[in-house]
Design a protein around this ligand. Structure first.
Ligand code: DON
Length: 305
């Protein structure tokens, strides 16, 4: 298996040259475009890593998985999906075009920015700090790593340049889909994107979902089987934005990408996988990371389809 992981990196490293690091947030432009790493956390508690797996990166939109989990735990399925849809958007992650054209103004799903901002506002907490702590704690518990924290430079950069997210959030507030202070919710969203993490952390988080909500290392139930089922379904249909369909054909695993270059993938009842490769394709997904996952899915026969 270690040999397959190493081959996945070696055979696909050249794809890093076909992508580019995110530059719309200036701090992200400083990431190493050549980095490529992978970690697997098996539910039998064995770990395998290859390539630049120790690279630290910001979690970015992979945090949207945990935000959705917390919103579902705190408010329940009916309430969450009364304000956010569960359909693929076929638009870029930060698009707002369908907010206005759809009659309900509801964001199409929890993984586009608009949907994640609404879910952030629904998480338990009287203010942004409490909501952030709730999701941050869940990330630390799911990754079994209490040291996980914000990268302050990325946070400042997100906040300074996050004008599209501001436009989205104010529109949602106007549509009555955000309950509390809109700037507070945005600040929480920016902080969540800026959480610094490693591939092993993300692989362990994915292993909890693969193990139907139970931590493989301590046998503790963190969320219900139903929440895992919902999250895996939305990861499959919406996790890679407007290339989720192609990714399902090529890889076939419930997954979630982030512009920091991480893709979290869940192989149900089997393993959590995380790839890191900051050079992105035009949809904001790791260029070489997708290829590494495709290689592993083929070699290890992982596709759920
Ligand atoms: O909302 C943003 O602009 C980012 N901080 C997070 C977006 C993201 O990771 C999209 N994923 N591919």
């Amino acid at each position: 298996m270690q040999k397959i992981l190493q081959e996945a990196i070696d055979n696909n490293r050249h794809w890093t040259a076909h992508g580019a690091v995110a530059s719309y947030i200036p701090e992200l432009a400083k990431e190493n475009p050549d980095a490529l790493g992978v970690c697997i956390y098996n539910i039998d508690n064995t770990t395998l890593c290859a390539g630049d797996s120790h690279t630290k990166f910001t979690i970015q939109s992979v945090s949207k998985v945990v935000t959705l989990i917390c919103a579902l735990m705190d408010k329940g399925k009916e309430t969450v999906f009364s304000s956010v849809g569960m359909e693929p958007s076929a638009d870029p992650f930060n698009s707002m075009v369908k907010l206005e054209t759809r009659e309900s103004h509801k964001p199409l799903n929890p993984f586009i920015n608009a949907g994640a901002i609404v879910c952030t506002s629904m998480v338990q907490g009287d203010n942004g700090i409490e909501k952030f702590n709730r999701i941050h704690n869940m990330i630390k518990i799911m990754a079994d790593n209490p040291a996980i924290d914000i990268n302050q430079s990325v946070y400042r950069s997100e906040k300074l340049t996050g004008n599209t997210n501001r436009a989205i959030a104010y529109y949602l507030k106007g549509a009555g889909l955000i309950e509390k202070d809109v700037e507070d919710v945005l600040d929480t969203y920016f902080k969540l994107c800026s959480i610094e993490i490693t591939a092993l952390d993300v692989a362990k988080m994915a292993s909890v979902i693969a193990n139907n909500g139970i931590t493989p290392w301590s046998n503790e139930r963190l969320m219900s089987i139903e929440i895992c089922r919902i999250v895996k379904a939305i990861m499959t249909t919406c996790g890679l934005y407007d290339s989720s369909g192609q990714f399902s054909v090529d890889v076939g695993l419930p997954s979630k990408s982030g512009v920091g270059g991480c893709i979290m993938a869940v192989a149900p009842q089997n393993m959590g996988i995380a790839v890191i490769g900051p050079a992105l394709d035009s949809h904001g997904n790791s260029m070489a990371g997708k290829k590494v996952l495709e290689y592993l899915a083929n070699e290890l026969n992982l596709s759920i389809f």
